[in-house]
Design a protein around this ligand. Structure first.
Ligand code: IPE
Ligand code: IPE
Ligand code: MG
Length: 269
């Protein structure tokens, strides 16, 4: 199914990436994380604190997403993966699930041309079963439209779950082993990584979650094995590019060791 054509009603004015007139700090060469993963959390609390329904919070999150994409472009981040709907979010009320499905579809539809104009390559990571056909169509359309862009890869994680992603990869490998296409000894970390939803997605360097919750909630489990975790209290609808830059600042101050060790004789006992 081809997504419905862009109509005047959907139009949002195009803006340059630096429309707010703000610029990121000058990060040291090579210090900007290549891949930032964001759990966009806190929409419901943001709305409820204002006496509004949860869906109003989701609506307010759209602008935050666009601002953060622009801020990532400004900072030189090459991969941004955002958690839009988890495989666990089906547990919400039918009304909220229905809203989130339609909303994901509309945001993609409304914003794809702007993202394309900014040089963003949009991709989808997630499961097909259960996900609305119309959402998949919009995701695939945006993917096709933006496939040659190189400024930033924005992976929309919709109907995504880290455990099921690994289970799906393992099942596809098991299929190949059972038919003799693959030897069990060929099953390595590298092979598993190649069977994930986006095989060329690099490991996550910086994992950011808004709203004060300090957990992964099943987001990019495999890819975040050595990610630096940054939890900010800001609720997602209030989140801006400045919060992203703040998270990058925290990240640049971290000591990433990947299991290695260095002597630190100056450290007080
Ligand atoms: C995140 O905000 C958006 C999605 C999970 C789709 P929430 O809806 O989880 O907001 P809180 O956590 O209830 O405040
Ligand atoms: C994670 O947030 C999922 C998304 C942001 C899409 P949740 O709000 O669903 O996570 P929990 O339930 O607090 O762990
Ligand atoms: Mg939440």
């Amino acid at each position: 199914m081809t997504p419905k054509p862009y109509t005047h009603r959907d139009a949002v004015p195009f803006r340059p990436v630096d429309w707010t007139g703000e610029y990121p700090p000058a990060y040291a060469r090579g210090s900007v994380p290549q891949h930032v993963a964001v759990v966009m959390d806190g929409n419901g609390r943001w709305a409820n604190r204002r006496g509004l329904s949860r869906v109003e919070g989701h609506k307010a999150g759209e602008a935050a997403l666009l601002d953060v994409v622009a801020g990532a472009l400004q900072a030189g981040v090459k991969h941004l993966s955002v958690y839009a709907f988890s495989t666990e979010n089906w547990a919400r009320s039918p009304e909220e699930v229905r809203f989130l499905m339609g909303f994901n579809r509309e945001v993609l539809h409304r914003r794809r041309d702007q993202l394309n104009e900014w040089g963003v390559r949009v991709r989808w990571a997630g499961r097909r079963p259960r996900l609305w056909r119309s959402v998949i169509s919009e995701l695939e359309y945006a993917q096709e439209l933006t496939k040659s862009n190189t400024a930033l890869t924005l992976t929309m994680c919709v109907n995504y779950g880290g455990r099921v992603e690994i289970a799906d990869a393992v099942r596809s490998i098991a299929d190949d082993v059972s038919t003799g296409r693959l030897r069990p000894s060929a099953v390595t970390e590298k092979l598993i990584a190649k069977r994930l939803y986006q095989p060329d997605m690099p490991d996550v360097d910086l994992f950011v979650r808004s709203s004060g919750e300090q957990r992964t909630s099943n987001f990019l489990l495999w890819q975040s094995a050595y990610a630096e975790m940054v939890f900010l209290d800001t609720l997602w609808p209030d989140f801006t590019r400045r919060d992203l830059w703040h998270a990058i600042d925290i990240y640049t101050g971290r000591d990433r060791r990947f299991g290695g060790a260095v002597d630190a004789p100056d450290t007080p006992a």
